[in-house]
Write a protein that binds this ligand. Structure first.
Ligand code: HEM
Ligand code: HEM
Length: 145
């Protein structure tokens, strides 16, 4: 395949990344409110937790879409993977987002470690998302006309 035919694919990647970062920001806000209402022992709106879980599920799906786009596009272009640090950063994001969703499923009163693990993993996820986004932005430059 020739170079311009991949442009639409990287365009989808850029849009998915925009939605992923938006979702991450909304998760940080809704997660922050969950934390606040719990620590103050206040009541919280019944929809807040489902909203947080729904947003989290959407972000997991978007990251898996980005993984598929990255692998398909790179294999189509070079026939093999491993061209830059973008691969390492991308895989780190995938592992962290899956670990975060798993830790979320473990959160319960009798498992206080799951809550702090969830928050720690999400802090690391923010840094990894920035690294994958910036390095992706860098490698996409050579596909632009
Ligand atoms: C990956 C998908 C995610 C899922 C499925 C998920 C799910 C959950 C669940 C089930 C809870 C427990 C809510 C409760 O206590 O009733 C929770 C808490 C929380 N989440 Fe997430 N979450 C995800 C991603 C994120 C992200 C990306 C962030 C931050 C950027 C975040 C921040 C928080 C915070 C701060 C809490 C409150 C912890 C506490 O009460 O101490 N979550 N999440
Ligand atoms: C969470 C976000 C992302 C993940 C998980 C991800 C994943 C991947 C993976 C696994 C590869 C294969 C890399 C290799 O084998 O060298 C790749 C390649 C690529 N990705 Fe991403 N990616 C993400 C975000 C982005 C963004 C935001 C862009 C920019 C629009 C982008 C553009 C590219 C490009 C152009 C390649 C081809 C690599 C090259 O030409 O060296 N990616 N991506």
């Amino acid at each position: 395949m020739n170079l311009p035919s991949f442009l639409w694919l990287w365009r989808i990647a850029a849009w998915s990344m925009g939605l992923t970062l938006t979702g991450y920001g909304l998760l940080a806000i809704t997660g922050g409110v969950l934390f606040y209402t719990r620590s103050k022992d206040q009541g919280r709106s019944a929809w807040l937790r489902p909203l947080h879980i729904g947003l989290g599920t959407a972000v997991v799906a978007l990251v898996l879409v980005l993984l598929a786009i990255g692998i398909i596009g790179t294999l189509g272009e070079y026939g093999r993977l491993g061209h830059s640090f973008h691969l390492l950063f991308g895989l780190t994001v995938v592992v962290l987002v899956l670990a975060s969703a798993w830790s979320a499923s473990r959160i319960a009163v009798e498992r206080p470690w799951a809550r702090s693990l969830h928050v720690t993993l999400n802090g690391a996820l923010g840094i990894a998302l920035a690294a994958a986004g910036l390095s992706g932005w860098q490698v996409v430059q050579k596909y632009l006309p």
